[in-house]
Design a protein around this ligand. Structure first.
Ligand code: ZN
Ligand code: ZN
Length: 182
């Protein structure tokens, strides 16, 4: 659902032309649209799985244009422990203030833009996803990972290190009970 007048494209707007009642949206964006709607200023998110949920509003208060929103995305990633590919769910809230250059700053602003204040809501969304990006993502919190000895995926099977030791010619020595007195 979109409310307010949209200039040329639903994800591109100029702050100067923001309608009195502001602008709000609550929609899903396909990975293809994420690419196509970007102005190219932000690196694209590769491996998006399904649509990105993007809900927010932009309102004009005094000299400040306040953008608030929530988003949710799913990205195909590789688990840092077991290396399996999985769907990484990531979500965030944002609140950003924009101001047009040339106005008196009432307080320190996050973003000061040249008039008429062009913004691209998909690029802002991409920025937010990158800000939430982590390198140490796991397929699940209790992922057991790979054994550093035998390399087996400990989620799927048990470690073979012990077994390999048993095949060793001197493995029999480990079975002797040296703790007994008799
Ligand atoms: Zn894992
Ligand atoms: Zn092992």
């Amino acid at each position: 659902m979109f409310h307010g007048d949209i200039v040329s494209h639903r994800w591109e707007l100029t702050l100067q032309d923001l309608p009195e009642g502001g602008y709000s949206w609550d929609t899903l964006i396909s990975p293809r649209e994420m690419h196509e709607a970007s102005a190219g200023g932000v690196e694209a998110i590769d491996g998006l799985v399904g649509d990105v949920a993007w809900k927010g509003s932009l309102v004009h208060k005094g000299q400040v244009y306040r953008l608030t929103g929530q988003w949710h995305a799913c990205v195909r990633r590789s688990c840092c422990r077991c290396l399996r590919v999985f769907d990484w769910h990531v979500a965030g809230d944002l609140e950003r203030d924009f101001q047009l250059d040339g106005m008196e700053p009432s307080e320190r602003m996050d973003d000061v833009l040249e008039p008429p204040g062009y913004i691209n809501l998909v690029d802002i969304l991409c920025e937010e996803i990158w800000l939430s990006w982590r390198s140490d993502v796991v397929c699940r919190e209790d992922c057991a990972g790979l054994c550093s000895g035998c390399g087996v995926d400990l989620n799927a099977s048990s470690c073979r290190c012990e077994k390999m030791d048993d095949d060793h010619p001197f493995a029999i020595l480990r079975r002797l009970d040296f703790g007994k007195d008799d």
